[in-house]
Design a protein around this ligand. Structure first.
Ligand code: NAD
Length: 499
């Protein structure tokens, strides 16, 4: 197989504002690199304050004067289902562009395109089933919740599975009647511009969806600090999240923060070892290891530790590294040379901290591009940097433990708390451990299989607020309480002059 540019690439990537593709007001652009060659393959418009101002003004106008927020839920739902239909019908093309831009293996990119469609379908269904509370105080009052969209939602997304993660925010924000400005990650802007065509075809009115490309410190920052954007939904690194928190504070914005992780996969001696191996290998090497919920710390009970490490290393050595476009590829190229350098620096740090049992550098036969061999470190001590810090690549740390208490202490011994995976056949232990571990989401004897109705989010440095199911609806709406007196209003009489 040879590496080729996909057909149908645009001549450049532009913003999409008020129903039109536009360049930056001042003409600024940035380079977008192909992760296999690290050559600049396209230019993208680099949004500045003026571009964000235009996009927010269009979104505000569409919110205040346009039909979208006032449509019946069923009408918005129909449009969302149409969006899902179009995404499904183009999954091959979407996946091809996404894989080319991000370096994700093509088979995994296809799965992500289908998940993007499912996100739209899910919120299309949820919004028509949405009901709100009404409370009766017999003979006195009826009080009810009047749920309203909030306004212009600012959506800021990362470069790992960009199209799918954008859908995770666009689906509920639009379903609830808001208008949006999306600022996708600068490493991977290609697939975001496909939304514009898809939304137009599905009948989303002009100004409801706006897209501003650009760097985080410029376009992202301008969105966070824009006074007419009351909501920011952010997914990205914990350090960026905390910066955005501070920048949004003077405006008292609604914030949803999905941040980094260093999730433990805990394998007890009584686990189904084969199933645990399948899941833990997949859990850190799928999506090139560029996965927020990656089980990147594997804690293994000492009775099975040596066997586990040996079999795990064997599997890691056999993971197929290859061109992102090749259907046989299991690990492709990392997104960008800057990220490649970061991951490689952790591989070098790991060599001084622990025992290298697989990988440890470039895979053979890949002299160029952002390729990292699936890398496994064993005997990793809990104070090692590769145990504590998010690497976000195909690198895993394995650590032994003896007792349940020690496993829990190790599992909770990082600043993060996104996901945890537990492998055991003991029911009591499974539940007790799950309930004690510091993680927003736990999978028992399972890899990361999402149920869109459940809360998604992390604790500690992994995030604030949960989206998923009706929690997303709550984030993107105001719940106004309306109180009606059914009888005479009994107010204490103030200011009545005594006779
Ligand atoms: P990042 O924080 O560098 O960037 C994320 C987005 O924020 C980008 O669009 C970027 O341009 C923008 N940004 C950067 N600085 C900004 C600023 N000052 N103001 C406004 N916007 C700014 O993250 P990344 O490297 O793109 O993504 C990887 C990270 O995302 C990892 O830490 C990963 O764990 C995390 N992530 C978390 C989840 C989750 O659901 N918890 C999901 C996916 C990824």
């Amino acid at each position: 197989m040879t590496h080729q540019k996909p057909a149908g690439l645009p001549d450049r990537i532009r913003h999409f504002i008020d129903g039109e593709f536009v360049d930056s007001v001042g003409g600024e652009t940035f380079d977008v690199l192909d992760p296999v060659t690290n050559e600049n393959y396209i230019q993208a418009a680099a949004g500045q304050q003026a571009d964000v101002d235009r996009a927010v003004a269009a979104a505000k106008r569409a919110f205040q004067e346009g039909p979208w927020p006032k449509l019946l839920p069923r009408e918005r739902s129909r449009v969302l289902h149409k969006i899902a239909d179009i995404v499904e019908s183009r999954d091959a093309q979407l996946a091809e562009l996404e894989s080319f831009d991000s370096g994700l293996p093509i088979t995994q990119a296809k799965g992500q395109a289908r998940r993007a469609a499912e996100n739209f379908r899910f919120f299309a269904d949820l919004i028509v089933a949405q009901h709100d509370d009404t409370f009766k105080v017999p003979g006195r009052q009826i009080n009810y919740v009047n749920r309203k969209p909030i306004g212009v939602a600012g959506l800021i997304t990362p470069w790992n599975t960009p199209f799918m993660l954008e859908s995770w925010k666009l689906g509920p924000a639009l379903a609830t009647g808001n208008t949006v400005v999306l600022k996708p990650a600068e490493f991977t802007p290609l697939s975001a511009s496909l939304w514009a065509e898809i939304f137009r075809e599905a009948g989303v009115p002009d100004g409801v969806f706006n897209l501003v490309n650009g760097l985080g410190e410029e376009a992202g920052d301008a969105l966070v600090k824009h006074p007419d954007v009351p909501l920011i939904s952010f997914t990205g690194e914990s350090s960026t999240g905390s910066l955005i928190f501070g920048n949004a504070a003077p405006f008292l914005k609604g914030l949803s923060m999905e941040l980094g992780g260093k999730s433990p996969a805990v394998v007890f001696a009584d686990a189904d070892l084969e199933a645990a191996l399948d899941a833990t290998v997949f859990g850190v090497f799928s999506l090139n290891g560029e996965r927020c919920t990656a089980g990147s710390r594997i804690l293994v009970q000492r009775d099975i530790y040596d066997e586990f490490v040996e079999r795990y290393a064997e599997r890691a050595k056999n993971v197929v590294v290859g061109l992102p476009s090749d259907p046989a590829t299991e690990v492709g190229a990392l997104v960008h040379p800057e990220h490649y350098d970061k991951v490689m620096s952790y591989v070098e740090i790991g060599k001084g901290e622990a025992r290298l049992v697989a990988g440890g550098g470039r895979p053979e036969g890949f002299p160029t591009g952002n390729y990292v061999a699936p890398t496994v470190f064993a005997d990793v001590s809990p104070d090692a940097r590769i145990f504590q810090e998010e690497i976000f690549g195909p690198v895993v740390a394995i650590t032994p433990f003896d007792t349940d208490e020690e496993a829990l202490e190790l599992a909770n011994n990082t600043k993060y708390g996104l996901a945890a995976y537990i492998w055991t056949s003991n029911l009591k232990r499974a539940h007790n451990f799950s309930q004690s571990v510091d993680a927003g989401m736990v999978w028992l004897n399972s890899n990361n299989v999402r149920d869109l109705r459940t809360p998604f989010g992390g604790v500690k440095a992994s995030g604030l607020g949960h989206e998923g199911g009706y929690r997303s609806i709550d984030f993107y709406t105001d719940q106004q309480a309306v109180h009606i007196t059914l009888n005479e209003a009994h107010s204490p009489k103030f200011g009545v002059v005594a006779p």
